[in-house]
Every structure is written in structure tokens, then in C-alpha cells.
Design a protein around this ligand. Structure first.
Ligand code: APR
Length: 313
């Protein structure tokens, strides 16, 4: 049986970190694609030379073209520009729409049965662009945001309570922006909701830090955005799919009536398996949570309308 093939488009910070983690977990062979000449080839060779040390048997190649991506099982799209201090994810819309459009056309042609995972920001709008360009069924197109936003929330809770991150389950729904919807009620420490373990003020403060989690790192780095946690979060989705784990994770997916949201890509809890999104789970929300989710979804729709105004679709 041949190993799964995973293509990573964009061999920058997120893409290369994802490739490293994919290799370390021996999830499959990796093809790294970038427009910068020599860079994906160099990183691929470096990663190949890491494999004997880690004891991992995978093949990693770098390229500036797309032929090597043919027949991929999963394609991760990270190509695009990251934020600089003071920028919102939405400020990336025009540049990244063009990049995602071009890249998706190339990969969809060569891997028509693949599962696409978008990472490029502004995330929800970029998943929409890829959906339109690829014409893939909605089960095979998704965005990585909720896993990362939930991981950030889990980190801050673990730091606050001094407990293992493994004990913490968190759910952050909605778009990958300032109006994301962390569900404190469904966020637990060893099964106990955090609302029973912390004051409302502290919960609110951690929610705010989660919303600003990306910006906090952009401000510190000054020349780019977060990449280790985004890469690890993407690889968690890849693992869930390739191992057919039926893992429940918040992912950006096309809502068609779920939670009363229509024709919008937004972060919802889904079951991930070998065929991609196998189910969107509808958990009961309070009226406030539902309202916040709808507000977030309307923001995504506005961004998608701006994509149309750019004349790119
Ligand atoms: N085709 C292939 N690769 C491209 C293209 C293209 N058309 N355009 C840009 N790239 C490559 C760049 O050359 C660069 O190597 O995409 C890579 C992006 O890497 P970084 O600049 O390091 O950015 P990164 O931190 O990886 O973020 C990528 O993910 O999290 C999001 O907001 C982030 O949109 C950003 C994306």
C-alpha cells in the first residue's frame, strides 16, 4: 500500500512547519510547493535529512510547479501574505484572493479527488474562494481556524488554572476574526465547565485574549504571524482525516441551514473522517451564543461580497 500524499502549497512559516509535523508523525509523503525558486526544494531536502534522525520513512519533495502534486489525498493551502502589526486578517483579502484562486485552480486540476484544507487568511473568505474555484463537494473543502482558536483558549485556561492542557476541551465557533465565538459553557477542565471554576470576569478576560491571540503574536513578531500552532492545528485535521478518526473538531465548513445559517463558510463543530467532513454537529446554543454566531457569519458574508467586488469570482 502506498503512503498517503499530502501537498502543502506555500512553503513559508506555516507550510514548512506543517511539513515538519507531517513528517514527524509519518502521516504520508509530502510535496512542498512555493513560487520562490529553490526555497521549497531546500526545505524539503533539509526535512528529508531530518527523517533518519527521527526514524521516519516518508518522502518529501520541494517544487515550484504543480505536476508533482498530482493525485494528492490532501492539499493544504498556506500560500499568501501574512499580517503585519496593525493589520487585520481582512486587510489581506485582495492579495490573498488572487493567490488562493490561482493555486486552487492548479491543485484541483491535478488532484480532483483530494480534500482541501485552507489556512490562508482571511480564512473563511479564502475557503469560499477555493470552493468556488475548485467546485469540490462541500465535504472535501474546509478551513483551519477553530482548532487553532480553541487551542489558544485551552492554552490560556491551562496557564490560568495551572492544569494540564490535556484536561482541557474547548470550543470556539464562528469566523476566524474578532467576532469568533468561544463557547465557555462547553469548555471544560476534566469534564467540569470553566464557568464553574473561574469568575465571569476571568472567563471574559481569557475569551478576549483568545480573540486577540493572533494579533498578540503579530505584534511581538513584527514581521509575520503565528505559525507553529497554526501548523500543528492543520496537522491535527490531516491526522483526523487520514486515520479516519471521526474526530470532532471545529472547522470552517459550508453551512447550508445548520444553526439557521445559509450558504456561508463558518466555523462549526464537525466530524472528520477519511471522506472529509462527515457530519456537522448541531449542539444546542443559548440565544446569546446563536446571535453571536449569526453576527460572525454575517461578517463572513460581507467579506465574500467584497471578493465579488474585486471581480475575482
Ligand atoms: N504560489 C505558491 N506560493 C506562494 C504564492 C503562490 N502564488 N504566493 C505566495 N506564496 C508563498 C510565499 O512565497 C511564502 O513562502 O506563500 C508563502 C507564505 O509564507 P509566509 O510568508 O511565511 O506566511 P505564513 O506565516 O506561512 O502564513 C501564510 O497563513 O496563517 C495564514 O495569515 C497567514 O495568510 C497567511 C498564510
Amino acid at each position: 500500500m502506498s503512503r498517503p500524499k499530502i501537498s502543502v502549497i506555500g512553503a513559508g512559516n506555516v507550510g514548512a512547519s506543517a511539513a515538519l509535523k507531517l513528517a514527524e508523525l509519518e502521516l504520508g509523503d509530502v510535496v512542498l510547493v512555493d513560487i520562490v525558486e529553490g526555497m521549497p526544494q531546500g526545505k524539503a531536502l533539509d526535512l528529508m535529512q531530518m527523517c533518519p534522525v527521527s526514524g521516519r520513512d516518508v518522502n518529501i519533495i520541494g517544487t515550484n510547479g504543480y505536476d508533482e502534486t498530482e493525485g494528492s489525498d490532501i492539499v493544504i493551502v498556506t500560500s499568501g501574505i501574512p499580517r503585519k502589526p496593525g493589520m487585520s486578517r481582512d486587510d489581506l483579502l485582495s492579495t490573498n484572493t488572487k493567490i488562493v484562486k490561482q493555486v486552487t485552480a492548479e491543485v484541483a486540476k491535478r488532484s480532483p479527488n483530494s480534500i482541501l484544507i485552507l489556512v490562508t487568511n482571511p480564512l473563511d473568505a479564502m475557503v469560499y474562494v477555493a470552493y468556488k474555484v475548485s467546485e469540490f463537494p462541500k465535504q472535501r473543502i474546509m478551513g483551519m481556524a477553530g482548532v487553532l482558536d480553541s487551542a489558544r483558549f485551552r492554552t490560556f485556561i491551562a496557564m490560568e488554572l495551572g492544569v494540564s492542557v490535556e484536561n482541557i476541551h474547548a470550543f470556539v465557533l464562528g469566523g476566524h476574526g474578532d467576532d469568533m465565538v468561544p463557547l465557555a459553557r462547553c469548555t471544560t477542565v476534566a469534564g467540569v465547565p470553566i464557568t464553574e471554576l473561574m469568575s465571569k470576569d476571568r472567563v471574559d478576560a481569557l475569551i478576549q485574549r483568545t480573540r486577540d491571540g493572533g494579533a498578540e503574536i503579530v505584534k511581538l513578531l513584527k514581521t509575520g504571524s503565528a505559525f507553529y500552532a497554526p501548523a500543528a492545528s492543520t496537522v491535527e485535521m490531516v491526522e483526523g482525516i487520514l486515520k479516519d478518526k471521526k474526530k470532532i473538531l471545529p472547522c470552517c465548513v459550508l453551512a447550508e441551514g445548520e444553526y439557521g445559517i445559509n450558504d456561508t463558510f463558518v466555523g462549526l463543530p464537525v466530524k472528520l473522517g477519511r471522506s472529509g467532513i462527515e457530519e456537522i454537529l448541531e449542539i444546542k446554543l443559548t440565544p446569546e451564543e446563536r446571535e453571536a454566531l449569526h453576527l460572525s457569519a454575517s461578517h463572513v458574508r460581507e467579506l465574500c461580497n467584497r471578493v465579488y467586488e474585486l471581480g475575482e469570482l
